[in-house]
Write a protein that binds this ligand. Structure first.
Ligand code: NAP
Ligand code: MG
Length: 403
């Protein structure tokens, strides 16, 4: 059988630990036999980031900007323990943070639904898609420790260096502490708002947005105002025509409403809220291994990935020669998302069709009762006795259906 041809390369960003192992197997078992795969490869594994002083991450993000479509494996964000473990030159920043800063845009996370996997929240009948603002706030924050007696200020200078505003953050006279500064940009919030409104119209879902503007009267309030202005001017009529609603509320109220809802909502979150809530939503729908993720930039670049991390505990088992049963579904869907988008942009119908077939073979494998251990306790389907497969067996089971 002739392999499916590609025109433009996909930017391939390799990663760490168990997901790096799955990455290679997914390519070997599910993609390379069928696709004449063209990628531009960037190794974002921690050792490679360290040896290139993290330049590799910036290069990968720029390549993603150049070609338009990238697929990324989960990567370690180093902490103090990782600095020791990998003998790092320094505690490099989160590669996802770096890529998001360069591409801007919004991360959309949607659960992958399979018949038989019932959400932990019994009321959730439809997917909840999470839109995470991918720029700024605490992810590009500046922070430091302060000593007793220090005073910390928020200072704003104009272009000439004249102090425009100086606000006392805290007087640490009663003891040492910590302080943090963060920012966001009107332009980024505007493109976040537009991508959410557009995506809601695309997938025909109502949009909810929430911040804590009652407490953060300047910072969070700016988000609320920008969304309201853009909605009023550009989207109100389109939403009305589509019979969709846009609702703004407070983040704690949104959390309560989401829990009570039956799903079928696009939930727009600030960067940190999106980070936290996407893991909650993913877990509630079954497993982190069933959550797909795509970063969409305002100028139309796409970076596909799984929402979960490198699954460290499984990796150490793997290194000891023990069997693992790690869910590869979200990583498979990162690949199919990238292949389908590449096919769509290049007008390659067979590539798009291949991606859809791989997705349905993957879901069908689970629905027919063959799955990794994380899904076993969640699976209930009449007449189907679920069977636990190890990491590689699951891929082979998908491969046989794909074949
Ligand atoms: P994690 O890798 O997502 O794993 C947390 C736990 O969730 C696992 O130990 C496992 O539970 C379960 N899990 C997650 N994905 C799974 C899968 N595909 N199949 C089966 N079980 C799965 O999160 P973490 O332990 O907080 O972080 C590990 C590393 O990943 C860290 O170095 C972090 O920096 C990095 N990380 C990277 C990204 C990214 O690149 N996008 C995102 C998050 C974290 P059990 O152990 O109970 O089986
Ligand atoms: Mg996270």
């Amino acid at each position: 059988m002739a392999k499916i041809a590609m025109k433009t390369p996909i930017v391939e960003m390799d990663g760490d630990e168990m997901t790096r192992i799955l990455w290679r197997w997914i390519k070997e078992d599910l993609i390379l036999p069928y696709v004449d795969l063209k990628t531009e490869y960037y190794d974002l594994g921690l050792s490679s980031r360290d040896s290139t002083d993290d330049r590799i991450t910036v290069e990968a993000a720029n390549a993603n900007k150049k070609y338009g479509v990238g697929v990324k494996c989960a990567t370690i964000t180093p902490n103090a323990q990782r600095v020791e473990e990998y003998h790092l030159k320094q505690m490099w920043k989160s590669p996802n943070g770096t890529i998001r800063r360069i591409l801007d845009g919004t991360v959309f996370r949607a659960p992958i639904l399979a018949k038989g996997i019932t959400p932990y929240v019994p009321g959730w009948k439809k997917p909840i898609v999470l839109a995470r603002h991918a720029y700024g706030d605490v992810y590009s924050g500046v922070e430091t420790k302060t000593a007793e007696g220090d005073k910390a200020y928020l200072v704003v200078e104009d272009e000439k260096g004249n102090v425009k505003e100086k606000l006392l953050i805290h007087d640490f006279q009663s003891g040492a502490g910590i302080v943090q500064g963060m920012h966001n940009m009107d332009a980024s919030i505007k493109s976040f708002a537009r991508s959410c409104f557009n995506y809601a119209l695309d997938v025909k879902m109502p949009l909810w947005f929430a911040t804590k503007d009652t407490i953060s009267k300047k910072y969070d309030h700016r988000f609320k105002d920008i969304f309201a202005e853009i909605f009023e001017k550009e989207y109100k009529e389109k939403f009305a025509a589509a019979g969709l609603e846009y609702m703004y509320t407070l983040i704690d109220d949104a959390v309560a409403r989401v829990m009570r809802s039956e799903g079928g909502i696009l939930w727009a979150c600030k960067n940190y809220d999106g980070d936290v809530m996407s893991d909650m939503v993913a877990t509630a729908y079954g497993s982190l291994g069933l959550m797909s993720s795509v970063l969409v930039s305002p100028d139309g670049n796409y970076e596909f990935e799984a929402a979960h991390g490198t699954v460290t505990r499984h990796y150490y088992k793997h290194l000891k020669g023990e069997e693992t049963s790690t869910n590869s579904v979200a990583t498979i869907f990162a690949w199919t998302g990238a292949l389908a988008k590449r096919g769509e942009l290049d007008g390659l119908v067979p590539l798009v069709e291949f991606a859809k077939k791989l997705e349905s073979a993957t879901v069908r494998t689970i629905e027919e009762g063959e799955m990794t251990g994380d899904l076993l306790p969640l699976f209930h389907a009449e007449g189907v006795t679920p069977k636990k497969l190890n990491s590689r067996e699951f891929l082979k089971a998908v491969a046989s259906r794909l074949q």
